[in-house]
Design a protein around this ligand. Structure first.
Ligand code: ADP
Ligand code: MG
Length: 681
């Protein structure tokens, strides 16, 4: 068998069926995947330390000869292997725990490297649990005496094993890894070649090497995303035909005059974006990102109005029946001075009669997405709060529209960082509603350090008594996970006991994810009926709560949360007319953490806070990034704005003469897949 990058992993004689299964858990299916399974850190064993110079606490490699090996059990029952190793400066004692098999592996007289940490063992200084590597002609210096890569592991697949396999593959395939990037791009962005990068990310000579290697690999990763985004956009602009409306200023003014309020500057900007989109003969595909209450519905109404003016029908889809009913009501009120037919499709109306000359507005749930009778006849599809921005839906719908493609508008309150949204939503254009309609008071937010905690409690008590406020107190989860653990429940119950003594004169409800739905409803009903003054809750229950009289939210250990998550929690208050407050409790002394939290005091919109999350915590932690179908990055970071800029330019450069990347097979394939909709999955 000739080995190549595409060879399936189970075909390697040294892997075998069982190991291949385990590797698949790490996402490794082919030889290439194995080479692209990058270390997440390195252990620096590069210096050989003379035994006489070993210092307590250091991680070192010694090179010497084994004098003796023995096994014993301590009085506490620990099974110990003790070895003595000599070099020409001294003798070192080595201790291994629970590894009796080493007696068979390492024998008196063996020579090699021992890499480990110098530490106390009882009253002796020893080298503890080192990795041993026998001196041999070829692969000394793979696990010791060098900068050693540490990989993401899984059961049955260790870093040591991976290291050996990767090393062997790299040796054999060195010539197979050819660079697809044109030389002028490599040189203008100062990149090492692909084969050097892969070699050095695994086996760097210096840590600096690894850094440069990662920069090259990150470059490739982001470049690919830009290439796909740009290709998708080009695809829509060149091969999809939409309905171009000729929009008159009068139409727009007429709509605005019919509203009971004037639009905010942000809303004005977005309706301008939409008018521009709808005047082109390329179908609109726009996403509006704005917090709850930022006024997205009226934007949707505007777009549907323009379609109606031009004798086309529109459909608006909401995630639930209740929301669809609310939209129907709101639209009916916005359009009461126009003679627009607005239909509400309820669960039991399966279809309505569509006459092509009978233009109207149809409101229903996302279930309408499968209704071809309706969707086949509309000029605009609006999807509200669709968690995947309708990427898939649109692709699916497109397949059914051979000739004219309807305009597409999606709306979401998910706080998505602007850098990511603008760059990587494929061919979706994005508009932001950052400001709130006037008249709404921003929620006053304070960061409360430990020394002000008592004062804060006193202030809360006063507020409850004097202004009849209700209070949420949010207790974070102990570990970051999707659901609550028993430890979390224990912690929140402990907090509950504590609060009962602090707020002894008030009634406190408790709400956590481990409660039965009936219990949860009961607590929330009590809170709504003001039977409780305070509700202690975990963040897992965040979404469903709507208690208009609650005006104070306290968030414990606030540094545990991302800013956009804090912002969503904060949105639980500020729903009524009264001034609302958000108190962020923290005991953190970390300057960076405090600076991050401080942003909550001045910034009051989700997307901007999400930007900061990206800067402070990296994309993995950004709320909603993965859930919303953004690509996950292996090695690059969405927070690296400089590299994002560079790769964007490089992608444009690359595609200028070869828009479909015909000369770069792997990119050509990715583009093809993206166009048929196999992206963002
Ligand atoms: P969301 O963005 O959460 O969908 P809505 O569209 O439901 O927000 O709007 C929230 C409320 O704000 C509605 O009652 C709406 O009528 C009102 N609203 C929207 N725009 C403005 C504005 N420019 N001035 C005043 N009120 C507005
Ligand atoms: Mg809405």
């Amino acid at each position: 068998m000739t080995l190549s990058l595409t060879t399936p992993i189970e075909a390697l004689s040294s892997v075998g069926k069982k190991r291949a299964e385990l590797l698949k858990r790490l996402g490794i299916h082919t030889v290439k995947d194995m080479l692209y399974h990058f270390p997440f850190r390195y252990e620096d064993y590069s210096l050989i330390t003379p035994i006489a110079e070993a210092q307590l606490g250091e991680t070192i490699t010694i090179y010497g000869t084994v004098l003796s090996m023995k096994f014993f059990v301590t009085k506490y029952g620990k099974k110990i292997i003790e070895g003595k190793v000599v070099d020409n400066t001294g003798i070192m004692t080595i201790i291994w725990f629970n590894q009796q098999y080493l007696l068979r592996v390492i024998r008196e007289g063996n020579k090699g490297n021992f890499s480990g940490t110098v530490s106390w063992f009882g009253k002796r200084i020893v080298l503890s649990n080192p990795t041993f590597e026998r001196e041999s002609s070829e692969n000394l210096n793979l696990h010791t005496g060098r900068i050693v890569p540490i990989y993401p592991e899984t059961e049955g697949i260790t870093s040591t094993w991976l290291r050996e396999k990767v090393y062997a593959l790299l040796t054999e395939l060195a010539d197979e890894i050819t660079d697809y990037l044109p030389e002028h791009i490599q040189s203008s962005y100062n990149l090492m070649t692909l084969s050097d990068a892969i070699q050095r990310v695994h086996f760097p000579k210096m840590l600096e090497d690894a850094k440069e290697a990662k920069r090259r690999l990150a470059f490739d990763e982001l470049l690919e995303l830009h290439v796909i985004s740009q290709a998708l956009r080009r695809q829509r602009e060149t091969s999809e035909k939409g309905i171009a409306l000729s929009i008159h200023h009068d139409d727009i003014d007429q709509f605005k005059h019919a509203l009971p309020f004037s639009l905010t500057p942000d809303q004005e900007r977005v309706i301008q974006d939409i008018s521009d989109d709808l005047s082109k003969n390329v179908p609109m595909n726009r996403l509006i990102i704005g917090d709850v209450g930022s006024g997205k519905t009226v934007i949707a109404a505007f777009a549907m109005y323009l379609l109606w003016k031009h004798r086309y029908s529109s459909v608006l889809m909401a995630p639930t029946q209740i929301l669809a009913e609310q939209h129907h009501k709101m639209l009916s009120s916005i359009f009461k001075s126009f003679d627009i037919k607005i239909d509400l499709i309820t669960g039991n109306t399966s279809t309505i009669d569509m006459f092509s000359d009978d233009h109207r507005i149809i409101v229903g749930t996302h279930a309408l997405l499968t209704n071809q009778d309706i969707l086949g006849n509309v000029g605009l599809i609006v999807i509200d709060e669709q968690h995947r921005f309708g990427v898939k839906q649109r692709t699916k719908l497109l397949k059914q529209h051979e000739t004219i493609v309807p305009h597409f508008l999606t709306m979401t309150a998910t706080p998505i960082p602007r850098t990511i949204a603008k760059t990587f939503l494929g061919n979706i254009d994005v508009s932001f509603l950052l400001s709130m309609p006037s008249g709404r008071k921003p929620i006053k937010t304070w960061l409360v350090p430990n020394e002000k905690r008592e004062n804060a409690y006193e202030w809360i008590k006063k507020q409850i008594k004097e202004t009849d406020s209700q209070v949420f107190i949010i207790c974070p989860l102990i570990e970051e996970s999707e659901s609550e653990t028993l430890a979390d429940v224990k912690a929140v119950k402990k907090e509950y006991e504590k609060l009962k003594t602090i707020f002894s004169e008030f009634s406190i409800g408790l709400l956590h994810g481990n409660m039965k739905p009936k219990e949860k409803t009961a607590v929330l009903t009590d809170m709504l009926q003001k039977k409780h003054h305070i509700l202690l809750a975990t963040p897992v229950v965040e979404v469903g709560i709507d208690i208009p009289n609650a005006t104070i939210i306290v968030i414990e250990t606030a540094e545990r949360f991302g800013l956009s998550q804090l912002h969503q929690l904060r949105g639980r208050v500020g729903r009524g007319q009264k001034q609302s407050y958000c108190l962020l409790f923290t005991e953190s002394q970390d300057e960076r953490a405090l600076k991050r939290l401080k942003a909550m005091e001045t910034i009051h919109n989700g997307p901007e806070l999400a930007d900061l999350d990206l800067l402070f915590r990296g994309a993995g932690d950004v709320f909603g990034v993965r859930q919303h179908g953004f690509p996950t990055l292996k090695i690059a970071s969405f927070g690296d704005t400089h590299l994002l800029e560079q790769t964007k330019r490089a992608a444009e450069d690359l595609m200028q003469n070869d828009p479909d990347c015909l000369t770069i097979p792997h990119l050509r394939e990715r583009i093809k897949k993206a166009i048929i909709g196999e992206i963002h999955d």
